[in-house]
Design a protein around this ligand. Structure first.
Ligand code: C2E
Ligand code: CA
Ligand code: CA
Length: 793
């Protein structure tokens, strides 16, 4: 009753309503600001705290002040300015503390903050009241005083707890209501606690009333201004938040990756990319714990890429890549999960790795996977077991390629690959090495098992297929090497199988060969020989020997053939037939040949008596060096007269590229050197070669000479060649003359020149001219060539 009469009788109701309006708007603003202070990041917190403290402090104070103005106790009322100001200070300071405490993340923080707020309202009210000066005696009721304080504390706590609970409009309304109640109950209970006994009867307090009403309006105006600023700030902030949310939404929708927004562990929003990805609508997804959509989401780190799975109820999970970012929105902290579908990328990776491990034409494993498989098989082989490696090379494959084209060749390879794949057993592994070479690994078999597997595969390979209406097939040469019998490691096992395969390829009768140690030996020897041949030039192991050549007509020495010798450390010589072919294959003949030419010319130029020299040239030299330039240069270097140099070439050198060789030979002849055809009669096309180029000499091969005694055919051939030479006007030199009978026969047949052991063996020095001339001048008669040879030297 007392509170009621206080309100109704002692107050100007218009101003009371004004105070109520300030109070309601202020309370609502305070609640919103308190929530904002709570949720914002550090940087913004201080700004919101300041704004909140001013707004709510002003609210309480203005409510109080306007309500005080509305109070008309019937005496003249004045306000002491300092205490009035102090009460405003208390309001702002108290609210600052309350808001700061309320922002602490603690279970009891809202209650404590509310209590502080209640205390602030109380303190501010009574501080304000102490500025209240009337011309009367003021009596206070202690009970009301205490009650007002307790009510303010309790209701304040309730208001803050409500504000911290729910962010929505409804929650704000409840909290704001409680705040209003807190302020109002304190104020009017506090007012009711006061009784005013005037000293003098009231005499027209109207002017004072009017002034205080005006002042109240002013205060209210200021209050609304402050509140207006807060509201404006709030509106801008809300707009910004909305805009942010809109931007976020646009960003999310614009993203090709799936996006999930999560707050307090639960999904609150997803974009359409995610909906498409998982096939669940956003309405259904909302509220799900994130862990039931993304595997292991709860323990994921932020700001790194994590691989995980997108769980789809009733369907296969999708491999995804997750990136998590933290976002601070007006609703507090949120996590944004970016979800990228990894299926396409993983498939691509699988494809690439398949390509890297398989041959793209036949689909068989390639060399890389074969090597891995071999290493693994060797590592896991049980003691006592044997592993067989089959090296397979197709026969006649090149013919198919040449005859039908590469497309047909490819189809044949595919056919062969399929045939082999079908013929394989569980313990066998096939791979394509490249070209028309394959390898098969056969596990856990001995020699017989390996042979059986090789035969089975060969049969499968040889089954022909139809390509362009023709039955096309190929054979196979297979080499077999066994581990651990033949080799101690993978690479030598491959090597051994290859060697055996080469043997099989070279043999007409054995298309399947096992590796034998002798094969290795031969290869090793060859390799060793190549290596020492390479070093021979540097180590000065070559020397030149000279074999005399003489004319039958004049009985004089006509020149010397230069023959290469390879001196070994023990003083013995390796004959040129044993290393020249190897030197030709490895290309070493080029530097060696150049050395021979330079050294021979140099030595010949230093002889006191000039003699012609004949230097042998290899076909490789003819094909791969600029011989005319080299010869020219060497002649200039050494000072040898060009007419003293003869170059011997065999017809094999001519066959390769007749046009080019004849061109080169012509250039050589233009230098003034002469060119002889060596080993005439041993090739296939001696006659046509003779026609292509005007040789200066024909050297009849020594094989005819050795057969001369026993074979009438040889005699006929020698006669024919001599006749040919006479017809073409090219002198003929007979090689390999060892006996006087041979010499007599040649003289009789009109041969021009001879060379052979009879005249002299190849020697380090170009001497023995006298001996040779002595032989030449002895005019033996041929008695009976078919009889026993008695005069051989
Ligand atoms: P070639 O050009 O036919 O050389 C003649 C070969 O016959 C020489 O063997 C020589 O020693 C041998 N010979 C000479 N007179 C007689 C004889 O009365 N009876 C028998 N049975 N043999 C005789 P050599 O020195 O072992 O040379 C063999 C081959 O090596 C040569 O055959 C030649 O093709 C090649 N050669 C030698 N030196 C060189 C060289 O510097 N460069 C090139 N590219 N090849 C060379
Ligand atoms: Ca020769
Ligand atoms: Ca010869």
């Amino acid at each position: 009753m007392r509170i009621y009469t206080c309100l109704v009788e002692d107050h100007n109701l218009v101003l009371v309503l004004l105070a109520a309006a300030i109070c309601i708007v202020g309370a609502w603003t305070t609640v919103r600001l308190a929530q904002r202070v709570r949720s914002r990041s550090r940087g913004q917190k201080m700004a919101w705290l300041f704004l909140g403290a001013v707004a709510s402090g002003a609210t309480i104070w203005c409510t109080h002040f306007v309500a005080m103005m509305a109070y008309q106790p019937g005496v003249t009322v004045t306000y002491e300015p300092i205490m009035t100001g102090v009460s405003l200070g208390i309001a702002v300071l108290g609210c600052t503390i309350a808001l700061a405490v309320g922002a602490i993340q603690n279970r009891f923080a809202p209650a404590v903050a509310g209590a502080i707020f209640g205390a602030t309202v109380t303190t501010m009210h009574y501080a304000g009241m102490s500025a209240f000066a009337v011309d009367a005696q003021v009596l206070w009721s202690a009970a009301y005083l205490v009650a007002s304080g307790i009510a303010a504390l309790v209701i304040g706590s309730i208001a803050w707890i409500l504000a911290s609970r729910e962010a929505g409009l409804k929650g704000q309304a409840w909290a704001a209501g409680a705040l209003v109640l807190c302020i109002v109950s304190l104020h009017f209970t506090g007012m009711a606690a006061m009784t005013i006994l005037p000293f003098a009867p009231v005499a027209g307090a109207t002017t004072a009333d009017g002034a205080s009403a005006l002042m109240a309006l002013g205060v209210a105006g200021v209050a609304f201004l402050v509140l207006g600023i807060s509201v404006a700030t709030h509106v801008i902030d809300t707009q910004m938040a909305l805009q942010n949310r809109g931007r976020l939404k646009d960003l999310m929708e614009g993203s090709v990756d799936g996006m999930v927004v999560v707050r307090h562990g639960r999904i609150i929003n997803v974009n359409s990319a995610l909906t498409t990805l998982c096939g669940i609508s956003p309405e259904v997804l909302e509220g799900w714990p994130i862990g039931s959509l993304i595997d292991g989401a709860a323990t994921m780190e932020k700001d790194v890429l994590i691989q995980s799975y997108l769980i789809r109820p009733g369907q296969e999970s999708i491999p995804v890549e997750i990136a998590i970012r933290q976002e601070t929105g007006d609703g507090g902290q949120a996590l944004i999960f970016a979800v990228r579908d990894l299926r396409a990328r993983l498939a691509q990776e699988r494809r690439i790795s398949h390509l890297a491990r398989n041959d793209s034409l036949t689909g068989l494993p390639n060399r890389t996977s074969f090597l891995e498989k071999l290493e693994r098989s060797i590592a896991t082989l049980n003691p006592g077991e044997t592993l067989a490696l089959l090296a397979i090379d197709l026969n006649r494959f090149k013919e198919v390629n040449d005859l039908y084209g590469h497309a047909a060749g490819d189809r044949l390879l595919i056919h062969v690959a399929n045939q082999m794949r079908d013929a394989l057993t569980e313990t066998e592994f096939v791979a394509r090495q490249g070209g028309d070479e394959f390898v098969v690994l056969v596990g856990g078999v001995g020699r017989d098992g390996a042979l059986a597997a090789a035969e089975r595969l060969r049969d499968a390979i040889m089954v022909p297929t139809e390509i362009e209406h023709a039955q096309v097939g190929c054979g196979a040469a297979i080499g077999i090497a066994l581990y651990p019998d033949d080799a101690a490691d993978a690479s030598s096992l491959i090597n051994d199988a290859d060697l055996a395969m080469y043997r099989a390829k070279g043999s007409l009768l054995r298309p399947i060969c096992f590796y034998e140690e002798a094969m290795d030996e031969a290869v090793r020897n060859r390799r060793r020989l190549t290596q020492s041949l390479r070093e021979a030039l540097d180590n000065d192991q070559f020397e030149l020997h000279y074999q005399v050549q003489g004319s039958l007509e004049t009985g004089k020495v006509t020149g010397y053939e230069v023959l290469l010798r390879w001196r070994q450390a023990d003083g013995s010589f390796i004959p040129p037939d044993n290393f020249i072919p190897l030197a030709e294959e490895t290309g070493l003949i080029l530097p060696i040949g150049e050395w021979v030419l330079r050294r021979a010319c140099g030595e010949a130029a230093s002889w006191p008596e000039p003699h012609k020299i004949a230097v042998n040239l290899s076909a490789v030299q003819l094909a791969h060096t600029d011989l005319p330039r080299l010869v020219h240069q060497i002649l200039i270097e050494t000072g040898l007269k060009p007419s003293l140099l003869e170059l011997e070439i065999t017809e094999t050198a001519m066959i390769e590229d007749l046009d080019r060789t004849t061109h080169v030979l012509r250039q050589l002849k233009m230098l003034g050197v002469s060119v002889a055809m060596d080993d005439f009669g041993t090739g296939y096309s001696s006659l046509s070669t003779l026609r292509a180029f005007p040789f200066d000499k024909i050297k009849l091969d020594r094989s005819f000479m050795s057969a001369l005694n026993d074979s009438p055919q040889s005699r006929a051939i020698i006669r024919a060649v001599l006749a040919l030479g006479a017809g073409l006007e090219i002198p003929v030199l007979a090689e390999g003359v060892e006996t006087r009978e041979q010499l007599a026969f040649l003289r009789d047949q009109g041969c021009d020149e001879v060379q052979g052991y009879l005249l002299g063996r190849p020697q380090r020095e170009a001497e023995h001219a006298d001996l040779a001339e002595a032989v030449l001048s002895t005019d033996d008669q041929i008695e009976d060539l078919d009889g026993p040879v008695s005069m051989a030297s």
